[in-house]
Design a protein around this ligand. Structure first.
Ligand code: HEM
Length: 115
C-alpha cells in the first residue's frame, strides 16, 4: 500500500501543479485555460479521495475534520472552475475563476498547516 500511497500523492501534487499552471496561464495567455483548470481541479478531488481511501484501508489514523474540510473546499474549487468555464463569454477572468484559485490556495494552506 505504501507504494500506491506515494504514487497517489505524486498524482495529487501534480494535479495541484496543474491548477497553479492553468491559473497563471489563463491570467497571462490570450487563449483560455479554463478546461485545464477544471480538469486539474477534478484530478485533485479524485486523487484526494483515493488517498483518503488508501489511508482508511491501511488503518492509518485519519484527521476526519481536516479531510471533510478539504473535501468541501475541493468540491467548491471544482464547482467554481466549471462555472467559470460555462460562463466564459470572451470576457477576461471573472469571479468564479478567481474564486477557484483562492479556494485552491486556502486548501493548500489547510493541507500543509493543519497537522
Ligand atoms: C483544492 C484541493 C486540494 C488541495 C490544494 C490539496 C493539497 C494537498 C497538499 C499540498 C498535500 C501534501 C501536503 C501534506 O502531505 O501534508 C496533500 C495531501 C493529501 N491530501 Fe490533499 N488537497 C486537495 C484536496 C484533497 C481532498 C478532496 C482530499 C480527500 C478528501 C485530500 C486528501 C489528502 C490526503 C489524504 C493527503 C496525504 C497527506 C495527509 O494525510 O494530510 N486532498 N493535499
Amino acid at each position: 500500500m505504501d507504494a500506491l500511497r506515494v504514487i497517489l500523492l505524486i498524482c495529487h501534487l501534480a494535479a495541484l501543479a496543474g491548477v497553479v499552471v492553468a491559473f497563471v496561464a489563463h491570467l497571462s495567455a490570450s487563449r483560455s485555460f479554463l478546461r485545464v483548470l477544471a480538469g486539474a481541479a477534478g484530478g485533485l478531488l479524485g486523487t484526494g479521495l483515493l488517498l483518503l481511501a488508501v489511508d482508511a484501508l491501511d488503518d492509518e489514523s485519519i484527521n476526519w475534520a481536516k479531510m471533510i474540510t478539504k473535501l468541501v473546499i475541493s468540491t467548491a474549487v471544482l464547482a467554481a472552475a466549471l462555472l467559470a468555464r460555462s460562463r466564459e463569454d470572451g470576457e477576461r477572468p471573472g469571479t468564479f475563476f478567481y474564486g477557484a484559485g483562492l479556494l485552491a490556495l486556502v486548501n493548500t494552506i489547510v493541507a500543509v498547516a493543519w497537522t
